[in-house]
Design a protein around this ligand. Structure first.
Ligand SMILES: [Zn+2]
Length: 175
C-alpha cells in the first residue's frame, strides 16, 4: 500500500511569512489554507508538512518553541477538520550541510521511509525554489510555487505551476 501525499511547506504557504516565526501570536493562517486541505482530503491525499527551521540551528529559538507553535497549528487544523499526517522539520543551519535542509530531499525521504509514499502521485506546494528542487530530487514532479511567501523568480523557476496562494490550488490539482 502506498499513499499519495500533498507536501506543504509551512512559512509562506500555510502561514504568513514573518521571518523565523516562533511565537503563536505571530502565526497567521493564509486565506484559503483550510479549504485547500479539506479539498486534498476529499481527493484522498494525506497531508505532510516539510519545513526548514534553521532559526533553531542559528539559536534564534529552540526546538521547544517550535513544538509549541507546531502543536498549536495542528490543533487549529484539527478544529477545521483537517488531519495533518506528520510534520518533518530541519533544525540545522545552512552551514551544517545536513541532508534534511531543502533543497536536499532528506525530509521527503524520511517521510517515504515512514509512510511508503507514491511520489509520482504526490505534490509539493512551496514558496521557494528550494522546495521545488527538494521535491524533484525526491522523485516528485508535481510542484506548485505560491506567491504568498518569498519573492519568486517566475522566469527561471522549475515549478510546474505558479499560483498566487494555496487558495487557488483547486485550479491545478484535480485528482
Ligand atoms: Zn537538517
Amino acid at each position: 500500500m502506498t499513499i499519495k501525499t500533498i507536501f506543504l511547506d509551512r512559512d509562506g504557504v500555510i502561514n504568513k511569512e514573518v521571518g523565523y516565526l516562533h511565537k503563536i501570536k505571530d502565526f497567521e493562517f493564509i486565506d484559503g489554507v483550510f479549504d485547500a486541505c479539506l479539498y486534498f482530503q476529499s481527493l484522498s491525499y494525506q497531508i505532510i508538512i516539510v519545513t526548514n527551521q534553521s532559526g533553531i540551528g542559528r539559536g534564534y529559538y529552540d526546538e521547544d518553541a517550535f513544538r509549541i507553535v507546531n502543536n498549536w497549528m495542528l490543533s487549529q487544523f484539527k478544529n477545521q477538520g483537517v488531519n495533518i499526517l506528520d510534520v518533518f522539520f530541519c533544525p540545522h543551519n545552512p552551514e551544517s550541510n545536513c541532508d534534511c535542509r531543502k533543497p536536499k530531499p532528506g525530509m521527503f525521504n524520511q517521510a517515504n521511509d515512514k509512510y511508503n509514499i507514491d511520489m509520482k502521485k504526490s505534490w509539493m506546494i512551496g514558496d521557494k525554489e528550494a522546495d521545488v528542487q527538494a521535491a524533484n530530487a525526491a522523485g516528485i514532479q508535481n510542484t506548485v510555487l505560491v506567491k504568498s511567501g518569498h519573492a519568486i523568480d517566475e522566469v527561471s523557476s522549475k515549478a510546474e505551476f505558479i499560483l498566487d496562494s494555496i487558495g487557488q490550488v483547486k485550479t491545478v490539482i484535480n485528482n
